[in-house]
Design a protein around this ligand. Structure first.
Ligand SMILES: Cc1cc2nc3c(=O)[nH]c(=O)nc-3n(C[C@H](O)[C@H](O)[C@H](O)COP(=O)(O)OP(=O)(O)OC[C@H]3O[C@@H](n4cnc5c(N)ncnc54)[C@H](O)[C@@H]3O)c2cc1C
Length: 568
């Protein structure tokens, strides 16, 4: 029976945490939909850790200090009540995970260990070596599997949200295993489909599947996307591949060196040095390369991460995965070699506009958005490392409660005949489509445009041209045929669907960035190099009306910390 009280789309940390909470009432039927097997969700790739002010290393830490660091890190664009809510609820989330069986690394006295992370005033990042996301995801999956009222739809692809303009009715799915289209009816739908940093196809830390399908579905459903111009570039991507080496490398004491062997962060953040926030460190690396102090030139240039002084024992205990990645993908062993690194696209601060941080409710009744696909906003213009896992679990929990309680009060809405058939007809149309464009070519071009024109540095000219060319690529997308006609695991069709989503979102990113004429956090306009609180201390909202994008701004929620200059 395809009727559920709550349908959760996404089985990463956000989706599973929400599903567990929604299922606490045994009369509530919950479905969890995922295009990959749940334990392959990107949460499993998180390395460095999760922030909570436990004060286990330095007792002076507090949720208020965590909130202040988060707000300052956000370049004052975060909504402060939401930040306080997250930071106050974070410790309980950690203890809950501990009780559920997450094997956190420990202090000698047995309490949960915490390491320093970028932009943080205290060591507050809880971790499990450098596989924190992996152990959290697996533990949540076990907890969800144990609940009889959670039903998994693994390897089903969300096509669209079904709604009547006011309220959600369900979701249309494509079963990757056999090519069937299925409509799930729902009283409440939670989108937890993760981020879209794969729009930077050329260079990204993200899983291949982080294509923003849920965010694009929300855009097509007429919802607003918030602060999409803010993309985080992580300083330490492996030079050749862009694969992530966790911020834990610097948290444990690693250095960044230029070609002259200088710890160049001295020039940019003399106090925090390598542990300045990511936006600053990424730009610092690029400035060094521009000024000729990198190794090599152009796109293949890099600087070094130096871990050698940490010693073999510490590297093997605290950073085993980092070491293996460096050996496998760069051919160097951090125990004795310098590691070539350069910034890489990593995280999306923006996403589906959440209108109520306590419930994660959106503009559409019965539809919730949580995790990296959502913008609450607690990260503002720049997220601090370790705060995403905190966000997905805190808001995941409260969103699960809200969806469950909402579902108890309403009934299912009937589907019209058109709604019943729409997704089926869409897939049939795609399968029959003829044309001469090639999927890989259009996708590669998108990756070049986003990296070169909507990257770490931006200006009016680059953004305008990116916006226009991405629009042309969307037209070219209409002429890409599905060459593989099979029904079983048709990855050709799935990649085509993902490409449309990425193109739609990349265009919104360029559009939002074009109109924000200032520099703040991860958004660096070379033609407007300063932060401009007078005109731009506000959130960007973009929605799609027909084929046009419409822009609106809403105020930032400031309750305690007035915007100040951001220095580290
Ligand atoms: C390499 C890496 C390391 C990181 N390290 C850290 C860290 O140490 N600390 C930290 O705080 N943050 C870290 N982050 C960020 C953090 O891991 C993510 O922001 C977070 O895990 C996102 O969780 P999520 O549940 O929102 O989405 P995800 O874990 O990405 O899950 C998305 C889910 O949605 C499903 N889905 C997507 N599209 C569809 C569709 N069309 N149909 C059906 N299902 C769909 C997927 O199958 C998946 O189950 C890291 C990120 C990366 C990439």
């Amino acid at each position: 029976m395809n009727y559920y009280d709550v349908v959760v789309v996404g089985a990463g940390g956000a989706g599973l945490r929400a599903a567990i909470e929604a299922s606490l009432d045994p009369t509530i039927r919950v479905a969890v939909v995922s295009k990959v097997y749940p334990t392959r969700s990107h949460t499993g790739a998180a390395q460095g850790g999760i922030n909570a002010a436990l004060g286990n290393v330095i007792p002076d830490d507090s949720p208020d200090s965590h909130a202040f660091d988060t707000i300052k890190g956000s370049d004052f664009l975060a909504d402060q009540e939401a930040v306080f809510f997250m930071c106050e609820n974070a410790p309980e989330i950690i203890y809950e995970l501990d009780r559920w069986g997450v094997p956190f690394s420990r202090l000698p006295d047995g309490r949960i260990a915490q390491r320093p992370f970028g932009g943080a005033s205290f060591p507050r990042t809880v971790f499990s070596a450098d596989r924190t996301g992996h152990v959290i995801l697996h533990t949540l999956f076990e907890q969800a599997l144990a609940r009889e009222n959670i039903h998994f739809y693994n390897e089903y692809f969300l096509l669209d949200i079904i709604h009547d303009g006011n309220r959600v009715k369900g979701v249309a799915l494509y079963d990757i295993k056999n090519g069937e289209v299925v409509n799930l009816r729902a009283k409440a739908v939670i989108l937890a489909t993760g981020g879209f940093a794969r729009i930077y196809w050329k260079r990204s830390t993200n899983a291949i599947g982080n294509t923003g399908d849920g965010v694009a579905a929300a855009l097509r459903a007429g919802l607003s996307l918030k602060d999409m111009e803010f993309i985080q570039f992580h300083p330490t991507g492996l030079a050749k591949t862009g694969i992530l080496l966790s911020e834990a490398c610097r948290g444990e004491g690693g250095y960044l060196l230029n070609a002259l062997g200088e710890r160049f962060m001295q020039r940019y953040a003399p106090e925090k040095m390598e542990l300045a926030p990511r936006d600053m460190v990424s730009r610092a690396i690029e400035y060094e390369i521009r000024e000729g102090r990198g190794v090599g030139e152009g796109t293949s240039a890099y600087v070094y991460l130096d871990l050698r002084h940490l010693g073999e024992e510490k590297i093997k205990e605290r950073l085993p995965q980092v070491r293996q990645l460096a050996i496998d993908f760069e051919g160097v062993d951090p125990v004795k070699d310098l590691v070539p690194i350069r910034p890489t696209a990593h995280y999306c601060m923006g996403g589906i506009h959440v209108v109520n941080y306590r419930t994660s409710g959106t503009e559409l009744e019965g539809l919730y958005a949580v995790g990296e696909c959502a913008c609450v906003s607690v990260h503002g213009a720049n997220r601090l490392g370790g705060n995403s896992l905190t966000e997905i679990l805190v808001f995941g929990k409260f969103c699960g409660i809200a969806a469950r309680e909402y579902a108890k009060q309403v009934d299912w809405l009937p589907l019209t005949e058109g709604e019943e058939r729409r997704a089926q007809e869409f897939i049939e149309g795609l399968m029959k489509r003829e044309g001469t464009e090639k999927l890989a070519e259009v996708r590669k071009r998108m990756g070049d445009i986003t990296w070169e024109k909507v990257g770490i540095f931006r200006d009016e000219k680059s953004l305008k041209s990116a916006y226009e060319e991405l629009g042309e690529l969307l037209e070219r997308w209409e002429r890409i045929p599905v060459v593989d006609k099979s029904k079983v695991f048709n990855t050709n069709l799935v990649e085509l669907l993902e490409l449309r989503n990425m193109l739609e979102l990349a265009r919104v990113v360029a559009f939002s960035a074009l109109h924000r004429k200032e520099s703040r956090g991860g958004h660096m306009r070379e033609d407007y190099p300063n932060r401009d609180d007078k005109n731009f201390l506000k959130h960007t909202l973009v929605r799609k009306v027909g084929d046009r994008l419409e822009l609106e701004y809403i105020p930032v929620n400031i309750v305690k910390y007035e915007p100040a200059q951001r220095s580290y």
